[in-house]
Design a protein around this ligand. Structure first.
Ligand SMILES: [Fe+2]
Length: 440
């Protein structure tokens, strides 16, 4: 608590105190970098394509598992999405139990219930079929079962003593990249504050990127989750802890999203583009697993907590403003990314880094606009901005290695711009509504 107050004071300050905040944040960033490069982080085996679910099931079976706990949510279960897996397991005479009780932003109660069911069914392995919430919950269930402990005991860094129960993932959205990462987020049952468990043993053994599983995703969710992928990749690219390895995955993901997200948004049945987006999401996860994220996520998490904005959409709302702020300090890196990913046309080759960085930022804005992502943040009020800025700055200080550190007033300036854009969009909508009423 004392530590939190100190950070809050430093965050909310200027001059010498802000210098104190910077020193704390930069030291933590160096510790995170050491952690990422000293502690080995395995990569899941990756199966890609229309038969990847079956390939993943074969791996589960070949590793000697005979009783699988399938973790999913009620909507996906009702749509029959797990059937591709359960039908195959039936054909191989493998026992399984389907648990569809995972809710968005799962709480400890939800995870504990899943853990209880998995233990009761004496399952020896877990297949998660779902988005980030399902996969995070499955990670916590698998790790708690493997360590014979309560999920709450795993909150923090390196809390597990034993491996998790063998965990395999089939993402149904191309977004979080959670099937590639070493972390899981669980919400407090009462406060809904998010708690993070980080452990390399949390990384699943394998993942299947199956475009058939993803093809039913509605266009607006495809757009939101796709911008989440782009944000992971851009923040990992701009991170002070980026490396040759993370750059490769981040740049590959950026290039793929810029090419494939518009295609899959227009035509959800474009299986090739779906598959490419699934791989991009995975690559984004691999990149930020080591390089970390930044202010876009730090502020977007608060928009989610305060105003219930879905994660991907919150990122889309915040991303252009943070890119603008980073433009000065990261222009060289952004220009390098634009050149690497083919965003620079032949006639622009001689332009300055600043001009090319601006061009990249303009293309990101254009993509978000073409995806018709709603910039409205209902209920946003400036009286919340102090607390939002403090929480976002604390998240950055605790977790990320950003290229440019912002003061509380700079974060509040971003929030003001978001509020203005939200108000302008709402008033434009109400004007066009009243016009169409008159026509009717
Ligand atoms: Fe994200």
């Amino acid at each position: 608590m004392k530590k939190q107050n100190t950070i809050s004071k430093l965050v909310n300050s200027t001059g010498l105190q802000h210098a104190g905040y910077l020193a704390v944040a930069k030291t933590r960033a160096k510790v995170l970098k050491a952690f990422a490069y000293v502690v080995p982080i395995r990569r899941p085996m990756l199966f890609v394509g229309e038969s990847s679910c079956e390939d993943l099931c074969d791996m589960v079976i070949n590793e000697g598992n005979t009783n699988v706990f399938i973790v999913t949510d009620a909507v996906l279960n009702k749509l029959g999405i797990p059937a591709k897996v359960t039908d195959y397991l039936d054909s191989k005479n493998i026992s399984y139990k389907v648990y569809d009780g995972i809710t968005p932003d799962p709480t400890f109660k939800v995870v504990e219930e899943g853990l209880r069911k998995s233990i009761d069914a004496k399952c020896d392995s877990i297949i998660a079929i779902g988005g980030g919430s399902v996969i995070d919950a499955a990670k916590m269930i698998a790790m708690s079962q493997g360590n014979n402990c309560k999920p709450k005991q795993l909150i923090g860094i390196l809390k597990a003593r034993k491996p998790s129960v063998p965990l395999y993932c089939i993402p149904t959205t191309a977004g979080t990249g959670s099937e590639a990462t070493l972390g899981a987020v669980v919400s407090d049952d009462k406060t809904h504050q998010k708690a993070l468990s980080i452990d390399p043993r949390m990384v699943p053994l394998a993942a299947a990127i199956d475009p058939i599983i993803m093809k039913g995703m509605p266009a607006h969710i495809t757009a939101d989750t796709g911008i989440d992928v782009l944000t992971h990749a851009l923040e990992a690219w701009m991170s002070a802890n980026a490396s040759v390895e993370t750059d490769y995955y981040a740049a590959s993901a950026v290039k793929s999203v810029m090419q494939n997200l518009p295609l899959v948004y227009k035509d959800g049945g474009n299986l090739k583009a779906r598959e490419e987006m699934g791989i991009a999401a995975h690559y984004g996860g691999v990149a930020f697993n080591k390089a970390g994220l930044g202010y876009v996520h730090a502020i977007a998490h608060q928009l989610g907590a305060y105003y219930s904005i879905p994660h991907g959409r919150a990122n889309a709302i915040v991303l252009p403003y943070v890119l603008d702020v980073n433009r000065k300090g990261s222009k060289k890196r952004l220009a390098e990314l634009a050149r690497k990913t083919g965003m620079v046309k032949s006639g622009q080759a001689n332009k300055s880094d600043a001009e090319i960085a601006d061009h990249l930022i303009a293309q990101v804005r254009e993509l978000i606009a073409n995806l018709n992502i709603d910039p409205t943040v209902k209920g946003m009020q400036s009286s919340d901005f102090d607390n939002i800025a403090k929480a976002a700055a604390k998240e950055v200080s605790d977790t990320y290695a950003v290229p440019t550190y912002l003061s509380a007033s700079e974060i509040k300036a971003i929030l003001t711009k978001i509020q203005q854009a939200s108000d302008e969009h709402a008033s434009r909508n109400s004007r066009s509504d009243s016009k169409s009423d008159k026509v009717a």
